[in-house]
Write a protein that binds this ligand. Structure first.
Ligand SMILES: Cc1cc2nc3c(=O)[nH]c(=O)nc-3n(C[C@H](O)[C@H](O)[C@H](O)COP(=O)(O)OP(=O)(O)OC[C@H]3O[C@@H](n4cnc5c(N)ncnc54)[C@H](O)[C@@H]3O)c2cc1C
Length: 377
């Protein structure tokens, strides 16, 4: 087991202080919210059970344009212009209309964090009563509370696997190099889901994701790694939500996996965590600048997230459909859709669910900072 960088023993002193915004969770979603509040004058505290960038839980693949728009190319590792899809009945190569890149998780978190001016503390969040968040270092009150804590949705009504709309993913990170972004839709590895190999310059992220939370992916992750002649070392995995949830609940803002913002079918949740994090941060900025109330921000952000519901539903329906297709039919279908026109059309629509242009700075009006009224819980 790796030792995570965190505060231990006597270093876990009680936390105190008044904050306008308390962001719980310092991964993609939480850091994107904090970044959007930079320069607003708000007192923003970000907390996480580990130091920033400490616990990677993903293969860290993202459309390259998102790295560019957020000025995060410093974390970039490798870029791919095509996707190689393997089935038991053949391999299809899809030439993508945009590129996909892998990145280094600690480096990306560091770069995102440097774009914010929030404070950070290590603390484990245990729950919430009204506008008070309970942590293992004491209670914290803030006018605005954001849950970016991942699939557990600690500050709202949580999910309990395996009886919840969660997928499970596990990967290994052997050292080595590769040229292709590859996926396997093959029941040898997983009855419903896919396997992947994402090279990232000096390591390859090889894993299996199952849409069925009851299917254990450990053995088949090892099998895929062995088939690829890669060493099954340096494991990491997590549950992955595949259903959109309410993005606000009892006065709290939920962003990223805590709101089910990970896309069904592809399990791509980094881009969407950043996208909805930016959207949430923009609403909160309007609050701290005195342009709207917390209540209004809750409604506007909740509506924004919900306006994506049909896209998430459509992808979830496809997620249910693909495993039901007989493998030969799936291979035939893949051969049929690899035409340039279809791939361009489908991948452009897919990118448009959370388009990179959204990250471009919103025009800022002059600051009129006022004390922030507490959210009605
Ligand atoms: C194996 C695997 C591979 C994946 N690969 C990709 C990929 O290549 N591309 C992609 O787009 N998506 C991928 N995903 C999905 C992606 O990882 C998630 O959708 C994404 O991490 C969601 O970001 P988030 O910030 O919402 O949550 P997380 O990244 O889960 O962050 C939650 C944060 O909250 C902290 N936290 C949790 N509980 C507490 C607590 N009680 N107290 C304090 N802090 C706490 C955690 O330490 C963490 O920092 C993958 C997922 C898995 C499991």
């Amino acid at each position: 087991m790796p030792t995570r960088r965190t505060l231990r023993g006597a270093d876990r002193t009680p936390l105190a202080g008044e904050h306008d915004v308390l962001i719980c969770g310092a991964s993609f979603a939480g850091l994107a919210v904090a970044r959007e509040l930079a320069g607003s004058g708000a007192r923003v505290l970000v907390i996480d059970r580990y130091e920033i960038g400490e616990r990677q839980t993903s293969a860290c693949g993202i459309p390259t344009a998102w790295l560019r728009e957020l000025d995060l190319m410093g974390a970039h590792r490798q870029t791919f212009g095509r996707l190689v899809v393997h089935t038991p009945h053949g391999t299809s190569v899809l030439e993508l209309p945009w590129t996909f890149s892998t990145f280094d998780y600690p480096e990306l978190c560091k770069l995102l964090w440097e774009q914010s001016d929030a404070q950070f503390e290590v603390a484990k969040v245990n729950g919430r009563s009204g506008d008070v968040v309970h942590t293992d270092r004491g209670d914290l009150a803030a006018s605005i509370v954001v849950d970016a804590l991942g699939w557990r949705r600690v500050l709202g009504s949580g999910y309990q696997p395996p009886d919840a709309p969660l997928s499970r993913g596990l990967e290994v990170h052997p050292w080595g190099a590769g040229d292709e972004l590859e996926i396997w839709i093959d029941r040898r590895y997983v009855p419903a889901g896919y396997g992947w190999s994402f090279p990232a310059s000096d390591e390859v992220r090889v894993g299996v994701g199952s849409f069925d939370p009851r299917f254990h992916v450990k053995d088949t992750t090892v099998l895929l790694a062995e088939d690829l002649e890669r060493e099954p070392i340096r494991y990491q995995g997590n549950w992955i939500p595949h259903k959109l949830r309410e993005a606000t609940e009892d006065g709290t803002f939920f962003v990223g996996d805590s709101a089910g913002h990970c896309l069904p079918l592809t399990a791509e949740g980094i881009r969407t965590a950043l996208y909805f994090g930016i959207a949430c941060g923009r609403e909160l900025r309007r609050v701290v600048e005195g342009r709207q109330s917390v209540a209004s921000a809750l409604v506007r952000y909740g509506d924004f997230s919900a306006s994506h519901e049909w896209k998430f539903r459509w992808m979830l329906e496809t997620q249910h459909l693909v495993p039901r297709l007989p493998p030969r039919l799936l291979a035939l279908a893949l051969r049929g859709i690899r035409t340039r026109r279809f791939v361009d059309w489908s991948f452009k629509h897919y990118l448009a669910i959370a388009p990179p242009e959204f990250a471009r700075p919103a025009p800022r009006a002059p600051l009129r900072r006022q004390p922030v009224a507490r959210a009605a819980a």
